[in-house]
Design a protein around this ligand. Structure first.
Ligand code: E4P
Length: 217
């Protein structure tokens, strides 16, 4: 399972990258707004920190403009994945980019039928939004399962990138289903390290160690 971080916060990305466990980053226009940075400069900086795919999203809604924006984003670095929305123009742009050998992440996927379109258009990643589906009382993880079954039936190469992850159970369910990638906000990633019994056990070991009066080095 690959871990992507869902943020455009450079300092958070730097800290998480120090763990050596970050495989990529996803951003979107809302995350760019939150970061307060310029999309081109922010994407360039993230690409200099992270070797894996860094998704940067087009904001045009019409094909010709999307293609121009996508080319500009792809010029930033070789590891940029052009993010396009799952619309007719977005899927058209995805096909154009993938035919050119560019990496594409198709975002805002909420149905298996949409996921089929992205795979047929050669997307490197499909981003189904599990949290937003759960928010409206639908079964976000059921969508991941359906897409997984369908992609296996046809040997599609498109990787399932579980997005809109809100908490650890989402991440674990995605792992149980064998999803290729999970993109999670920094707080979910940090929570994975934590368990109260780890903290308690370490405190006890350190207290006993102090009583031995020894030192390893
Ligand atoms: C994924 O690429 C999106 O940026 C993200 O996961 C959306 O998550 P949200 O529903 O928490 O905004």
């Amino acid at each position: 399972m690959k871990f992507f971080i869902d943020t455009a916060d450079i300092e958070e990305i730097r800290k998480l990258a120090e763990t050596g466990l970050v495989d990529g980053v996803t951003t979107n226009p809302s995350l760019i707004l939150k970061s307060g940075g310029d999309i081109i400069e922010t994407t360039r900086e993230i690409c200099s920190i992270i070797d894996g795919p860094v998704s940067a999203e087009v904001t045009a809604t019409e094909y010709d403009e999307m293609v121009k924006e996508g080319h500009k984003l792809a010029e930033i670095a070789d590891n940029v994945a052009i993010k396009v929305p799952l619309t007719i123009d977005g899927i058209r742009a995805c096909k154009t980019f993938s035919d050119e050998g560019l990496m594409v992440n198709v975002t805002l996927c909420f149905s298996p039928a949409q996921a089929i379109l992205a795979a047929k258009a050669g997307a490197a990643f499909i981003s189904p939004f599990v949290g937003r589906l759960d928010d409206i009382g639908h079964d976000g993880m059921g969508l991941i399962e359906d897409i997984g079954d369908i992609y296996t039936n046809y040997d599609f190469d498109t990787e399932i990138l579980v997005a809109s992850v809100r908490h650890i159970p989402h991440l674990l369910d995605a792992a149980r289903l064998g999803a290729d990638v999970v993109t999670a906000p920094p707080n979910v990633f940090w929570q994975m390290f934590k368990h109260p019994l780890t903290d308690k056990g370490l405190d006890a070991f350190l207290a006993d160690w102090a009583k031995t009066g020894q030192s390893i080095i």
